[in-house]
Design a protein around this ligand. Structure first.
Ligand code: PA5
Length: 450
């Protein structure tokens, strides 16, 4: 049976000294912890309905995925942010490289990359999934226009090569989907972009790539039970340690998976944690400037890049290790080049053992240097544990929002950038914003050098 274990020992003073958390400190915050758990019990949070509440949608996704797998070999997601990072993270986690279906997630508008990607596609065997909650994000709309043009030029019907995933009513994509008769999936109105991986946003790409989306949802449902407990609630404790940490200068949350399959979990977590908690205003309208900067890292690669800073730099980080107990494939390090004694200790061990030894050594080094850290161990990377892990971080983020007294579910800073892009690109109705941008102070030429 797959499972996830949460180990908070190394966050405590008994393991890391003064920069950790004392039992008294945690006890003093028990009221905050309880209030947050009570709040989540009563708030109708959209993402909490997903593990058990979308049986008909899941049936539709599985049926659609099966027919896509028959007719196409490339599935291209056009989307950005919460409409892209989850599909990337899940595919990286679950792929074994053997499936015939290729997933491409086009989450940028870099013209060089777009040209390269489109140049490599056999459009006859390609289907695009346009994903946008708002239905109007410039990046996604422009990519969709490019794809639609390419499909039409190739003489194919748009409806045979494009699927829309968007809000039921709002935005431009729903209008296009209706006009073009595109197969469509709905992102529930009460689930925001970065909390939407377990909606059709993430479930369709995962199912198309052959992954067991029912198992992902079962993992999430199991995690929902754990994360609603009154005591021994891992998501609430994770949030509490991070929020208490923010108050004492731990301004960085480092995500450090020791498995390549979990590499892009860090990217997905970075958006979730940054965009949800980085807020100027508290719920009472006061200025709070809350947040904690997520740092994406990878073991063992970054042991030779960032770990020096983590062990000897400023005391401003809390590190989360993602550990995998059993790799789906492990390789033995052969007993080769035996004439050199100094490397013979490696022969006969596995690469999985070496990776875990490196992780354990880094954990030890961090503790010795007085750096608080947490370990989340997955028995193995599977659809079930990945669904559970995604859901765990969503719950932890919701708890942290409660504890910080901010709205974790909006993103005014992102919206500002989207609106400014509309203005700069000349969208009708955004003339006032354009004038505001034009009124910026002139740049000083002396500060620009060549
Ligand atoms: O979490 C969010 O709401 C955002 O990061 C969005 O996912 C991102 O801006 C893309 O928005 P949309 O899905 O509306 O195109």
């Amino acid at each position: 049976m797959d499972r996830i274990q949460f180990d908070f020992n190394n966050a405590m003073t008994m393991m890391v000294g003064d920069h950790g958390f004392s039992a008294q400190e945690i006890a003093a915050a028990s009221g905050m912890l309880k209030n947050a758990i009570d709040a989540l019990k009563t708030k109708p949070l959209g993402f909490r309905k997903l593990p058990k509440g979308q049986a008909a949608v899941v049936d539709d996704i599985i049926e659609t995925a099966a027919s896509i797998r028959k007719d196409y070999d490339t599935f291209v997601v056009l989307g950005i942010g919460g409409s892209a990072l989850g599909p990337i993270a899940v595919e990286q986690a679950l792929t074994d490289g053997q499936d015939g279906m290729k997933l491409i997630v086009e989450d940028n508008v870099d013209p060089e990359r777009l040209a390269r990607v489109f140049g490599s596609l056999d459009l006859k065997k390609t289907i695009f999934n346009v994903i946008t909650k708002s239905g109007r994000t410039s990046e996604t709309m422009s990519q969709m226009m490019y794809a639609a043009n390419a499909i039409e030029k190739a003489g194919f019907a748009l409806k045979d090569h494009m699927i829309a995933t968007t809000d039921e009513k709002n935005g431009e994509l729903v209008k296009i989907a209706q006009k073009e008769d595109l197969k469509s999936f709905v992102i529930p109105a009460d689930v925001g972009g970065r909390f939407s991986e377990l909606t059709p946003v993430g479930l369709l790409p995962a199912a198309v790539c052959g992954h067991d989306i029912r198992a992902m949802l079962e993992g999430a449902a199991y995690m929902d039970e754990l994360c609603m407990r009154e005591t021994e609630n891992p998501a609430a404790l994770y949030a509490l340690l991070h929020v208490l940490g923010m108050k004492k200068g731990l301004n960085l949350s480092v995500m450090l998976p020791y498995a390549d399959s979990l590499k892009f979990m860090s990217d997905w977590y970075a958006q979730l944690w940054a965009e949800s908690l980085g807020k100027r205003y508290g719920n009472d309208g006061s200025e709070v400037y809350a947040g904690q900067t997520p740092v994406k890292s990878l073991g063992v690669t970054d042991q030779h890049s960032q770990i020096q800073l983590y062990t000897e730099g400023p005391f401003d980080k809390i590190v989360t290790f993602l550990k995998v107990d059993k790799f789906r494939n492990d390789l033995e390090i052969p007993k080769a080049l035996t004439y050199i004694d100094a490397i013979s200790f490696l022969g006969g061990k596995t690469f999985g053992q070496l990776l875990e030894a490196e992780r354990s050594a880094t954990e030890y080094a961090l503790c010795k240097a007085g750096r608080p850290n947490i370990t989340i161990a997955l028995s193995q990377v599977s659809a079930y544990t990945v669904g559970a892990l995604l859901y765990f971080f969503e719950m932890a983020t919701a708890y942290a929002g409660e504890m910080l007294g901010i709205n974790a579910f909006d993103q005014p800073g992102v919206e500002e950038g989207k609106v400014a892009t509309f203005a700069l690109m000349g969208k009708a109705g955004f003339e006032e914003k354009k004038a505001e941008l034009n009124a910026r102070p002139e740049k000083d030429a002396a500060l620009i050098m060549e």
